[in-house]
Design a protein around this ligand. Structure first.
Ligand code: AKG
Ligand code: FE2
Length: 301
């Protein structure tokens, strides 16, 4: 659906002004929209995942670990596909207000693409450099968006998600390959320096806040040198009429399942070209490993 078609349908949870803001700016922050009940369940499920990680010594398909992760002092970068590893993460994306908020931005038929739980551990959780998501997993249109849920309060010192307003409109798309043609998954230093970085908006908020950014919106997040961790639970959802045309890099079991509405009868195609990733069927390295230039062949996001 086009933004105009989406906006013509009465909203479920957002105001019309919030929807218009998202389409104009490429992001929106919904402060403390998730109730305490869900926040508690998500924190407990996250704690269980951290407990399980104590037995893991090197990054694998589920756990992406910082190099100094230890059984008695876990340091996780990411849990991939959390919806497959704890039922609460799948219940949340189906039964909470989250998919209703997304339906207000992509239309009533909403599909799951993937999920991940990014930690940004206290005292050294790594920076995520400026990048946009869609060229990791191109789709027939630009409805895909990523929703972050803050499980705890996130202030400036915890490495909040930062977005560049209106960057989803940049044409043509900037490259995420280096000068030698190697995929780096982020903008070059020159392209990043040419952005309006002083206009970056850092999405800080209390526990239960949602960050929503469009798949073309340039975003990143600073290091977390504070004493508090910053678990950020991320889901990528799309309009049901958006179809991926490259391999899903992390092969989620729930890929393409509907979380609201019905299956699309027709694919919607946006004519604007999309930067293509490397062939993920040959292996995928997480954005963290990639951006920190670590060799972890086979490690998955
Ligand atoms: O964890 C973050 O701050 C952002 C991560 C992100 O943008 C991504 O994984 O694509
Ligand atoms: Fe991203």
């Amino acid at each position: 659906m086009t933004p105009e078609q989406v906006l013509a349908i009465p909203p479920r949870v957002l105001t019309q002004a919030q929807r218009e803001f998202y389409f104009s700016e490429g992001y929106i922050l919904l402060e403390a929209i998730i109730g305490d009940g869900w926040v508690r369940k998500l924190r407990d499920a996250t704690d269980e995942m951290v407990e399980r990680s104590r037995k893991v010594t090197r990054s694998d398909l589920i756990f992406d670990l910082e190099p100094d992760h230890r059984p008695d002092a876990p340091r996780l970068r990411r849990v991939s596909n959390p919806t497959e590893h704890h039922p609460v993460f799948w219940q949340y994306v189906n039964e909470s207000v989250l998919p209703d908020a997304v339906a207000d931005l992509v239309g009533p038929d909403v599909k799951f693409h993937h999920s991940k739980l990014n930690f940004k551990w206290s005292k050294g959780g790594e920076e995520v450099k400026w990048h946009y998501d869609i060229s990791f997993w191109p789709h027939t249109n630009y409805s895909p968006l990523t929703i972050g849920t803050y499980l705890y309060d996130c202030g400036m010192s915890q490495g909040p998600l930062g977005v560049i307003p209106k960057s989803h409109r940049i044409e043509p798309m900037l490259s995420q390959y280096d000068d030698a043609g190697k995929w780096v998954g982020c903008l070059s230093a020159d392209d990043a320096a040419a952005l309006d970085l002083d206009k970056a908006v850092y999405l800080t908020g209390p526990a239960g806040s949602l960050t929503l950014h469009n798949c073309r919106t340039i975003h990143g997040s600073p290091r977390n040198d504070s004493d508090l961790g910053r678990p950020l639970l991320l889901y990528t959802l799309t309009s049901a009429d958006a179809f991926p045309y490259t391999t899903n890099p992390i092969k989620p079991a729930h890929d393409q399942m509907l979380v609201r509405g019905k299956r699309a009868a027709f694919a919607h195609h946006d004519p604007r070209p999309c930067l293509i990733p490397p062939d993920w069927s040959k292996g995928y390295t997480s954005i963290f490993s990639l951006q920190q230039e670590e060799e972890q062949s086979g490690a998955m996001m």
